[in-house]
Write a protein that binds this ligand. Structure first.
Ligand SMILES: Nc1ncnc2c1ncn2[C@@H]1O[C@H](COP(=O)(O)OP(=O)(O)OP(=O)(O)O)[C@@H](O)[C@H]1O
Length: 624
């Protein structure tokens, strides 16, 4: 770790000489302050010679000017040392990235390089800060010792021992402090990283009903950070003690030793001058050292560790959610959970396996239906005997004081049903879909699927496809088989059924890389629909999942799901969806009505009204 630092310091000795020379100028006030105050009082104002007093104060003012000019040059000299250090580290980062990329056989990861660059900037700043602080401390101490020696050498006996004790205490506590500061820094980053990951994955977390697990995981990070903070606070007390001993005790000793100093011929000005040296120069220099080394030194170390030894786990710069992604259950929404890893096929395939056999990529998806075996639950989830959905006295509101979107709803959806849900926009259709999928929990009443509360149901039993379909960066094949492994024939068949074949060919086959941004909304919907079609779920909820498709493509996709078996709930975007369904649920806010198309036309004014706005002769249907 020290190599780049040593290299930077040894690169050009002239730079160090220049830095030292300007440091002398910068610390001119520290050298002069006590002397000027003492002489201004003893030889000037107290002796009735104000001219001499002002002259000494002018000397002090001149020293401040010299100090200011010196400080400016010091910044430039430090930059001259630090910038090559930065370039050195940058070169290392780029070379390592290229080496790793050529070893792995792909281009350098831009994100990794960007992260390392950030570490380089942090290391550069920390290095500059450490040089500044340590150098300033050394020059200030020498200046103060010289100044006190010139003023009244006896006072050194009162100042130096406690000051040395304070510095000693600080140096003794430094390793523990650095360690704990570093642990706190890393804990802080881990908390921020896991929070950022959780916020970025909120949709997936909700879809997978993984809120409790993610909250526990983030909570553990927060608790870890709190513990690191407490532990740091304990050593910080030592730091405060070292400041008190090194910076404040000399003041007390000078005050207590004033009679002694006066008896040795010192005047009141000398005592004041000695106090000025301690309070204006020595104590601040010690404070800066303690603060600067304790924080910047640790930052320098952590950053250099990350740059030079990226494989050493010093704490992720932007860690993914720990443990959450590999174990999250299959996405109820038909979307992958957090990562594009292999998790979903595992949980998705287990869902229908009657026994403990491992999932096989070639194993055909059993056709769901009343004779389907009990669904094996994902971890922490409950198996359902069937997917008969039952809603009893269900009420739901989006907040404790919000108007309920759904209230007193009773609904029975037998296994194998094909139900269309229609109603005006904002009436609660998606809310009903989310309750059925277990993504939302009812405020009152029960929503059960196969006798199991919907939110506790094994996610593999049902799939909810929302309006905005989710496609992750990866191959088309990975996107399609995300919820369950499938053979080539099965994928071909599902693609044909749903209407994805032409798109798959146009993209260049199943191995083509796809991403959300590269596909149109309709193409994304086709991918998500085919993925759901391939899944083992026996309860499929399409929440306007075909809204971007043209009417013919929508009809084809819906019919494919109707033929697929299992229970199908279509939250209709167009009324044609209703005419294809076996039963239609009309939601109108205060009540719901269930029935067939003809029956509802006669019995539900709202349904008749919705249909009345729709002229089947024109392609323009009312949007629900
Ligand atoms: N997350 C939420 N927080 C607060 N209110 C919400 C939330 N989601 C929906 N709502 C409100 O709940 C009501 C029902 O919304 P919902 O999306 O279920 O209706 P919808 O019938 O599906 O509408 P659309 O056909 O426009 O999609 C609306 O008033 C909506 O604004």
């Amino acid at each position: 770790m020290n190599r780049p630092v040593r290299r930077a310091l040894r690169r050009d000795p002239r730079l160090l000489v220049r830095l030292a020379a300007w440091s002398v100028a910068e610390t001119a006030p520290a050298l002069v302050v006590g002397l000027a105050v003492a002489r201004a009082i003893d030889d000037g104002f107290a002796a009735g010679r104000p001219g001499t007093g002002f002259a000494w104060l002018a000397v002090l003012a001149a020293a401040w000017l010299v100090g200011a000019a010196g400080a400016r040059q010091v910044v430039l000299a430090v930059a001259a040392i630090v910038e090559p250090f930065r370039e050195d580290l940058l070169g290392h980062v780029v070379e390592s990235a290229l080496d790793r990329a050529s070893a792995a056989g792909h281009g350098p990861g831009a994100a990794a390089v960007a992260r390392s660059n950030l570490q380089v900037e942090l290391a550069r700043d920390a290095f500059a800060s450490v040089i500044t602080v340590v150098r300033s401390f050394a020059f200030t101490v020498v200046s103060v010792v010289l100044g006190l020696g010139a003023l009244v050498p006896e006072v050194l006996v009162l100042v130096l021992p406690p000051f040395a004790a304070g510095v000693g205490l600080f140096l003794l506590s430094l390793p523990a402090m650095a360690r704990r500061q570093r642990e706190f820094l890393l804990a802080d980053e881990r908390t921020a990283g896991s929070l950022a990951a959780a916020v970025g994955a909120l949709r997936d977390i909700t879809a997978c009903a993984a809120e409790d697990r993610v909250a526990a995981s983030v909570g553990a990070r927060v608790a870890g950070q709190a513990a690191a903070g407490r532990s740091l606070a304990r050593v910080t007390a030592l730091r405060t003690l070292s400041l008190a001993v090194g910076g404040r005790l000399p003041v007390l000793l000078i005050l207590a030793g004033t009679p002694w100093l006066l008896s040795r011929g010192a005047g009141a000005g000398v005592v004041l001058g000695a106090l000025a040296y301690v309070t204006q120069s020595l104590a601040p220099a010690l404070g800066n050292l303690v603060q600067g080394l304790g924080i910047s030194g640790v930052r320098l170390r952590v950053s250099l560790d990350r740059i030079l030894r990226p494989d050493v786990p010093t704490g992720p710069a932007s860690p993914a959610l720990p443990a959450a992604s590999p174990a999250l259950p299959a996405a109820a929404s038909g979307r992958p959970a957090l990562s594009t890893g292999p998790l979903v096929s595992a949980s998705g395939s287990q869902a229908l396996s009657a026994g403990p056999q491992p999932p096989s990529p070639e194993r055909p998806v059993p056709s769901p239906g009343p004779a389907a075996p009990p669904y094996g639950p994902a971890a922490g989830r409950v198996a359902a005997r069937n997917v008969h959905a039952e809603l009893r006295e269900v009420a739901f509101a989006y907040g404790p004081h919000a108007e309920p979107v759904i209230s007193g709803l009773d609904l029975s959806i037998p296994e194998g049903d094909h139900l269309a849900v229609v109603g005006p926009s904002g009436i609660g259709k998606s809310t009903l879909g989310a309750l059925l999928a277990g993504v939302l929990r009812p405020g009152a009443g029960r929503v059960e699927v196969g006798g199991v509360p919907a939110d506790l149901l094994d996610p593999a039993c049902r799939v909810l496809i929302p309006q905005e379909a989710y496609v992750f960066r990866g191959t088309l094949w990975d996107n399609l088989t995300y919820l369950a492994p499938a053979s080539r024939e099965e994928v071909d068949a599902a693609a044909r059924e749903v209407g994805l074949t032409a798109l798959a060919e146009r993209l260049g086959g199943y191995d083509a890389e796809v991403s959300s941004g590269a596909l149109s909304p309709a193409e994304r919907q086709l991918v998500a629909l085919t993925r759901a079609h391939l899944s083992p779920a026996c309860l499929v909820i399409l929440d306007e999942a075909t809204c971007h498709l043209d009417p013919a493509a929508e009809a084809r996709a819906e019919e494919a799901f109707a033929r697929r078996g299992g229970t199908l709930v279509v939250i209709a975007h167009r009324l044609t969806s209703a005419t294809r369904a076996r039963r239609i649920l009309v939601m109108d806010g205060t009540s719901v009505r269930l029935g067939g198309h003809a029956e509802l036309l006669a019995a539900s004014p709202l349904y008749a009204d919705l249909v009345g706005h729709w002229n089947p002769a024109t392609p323009q249907e009312p949007v629900l």
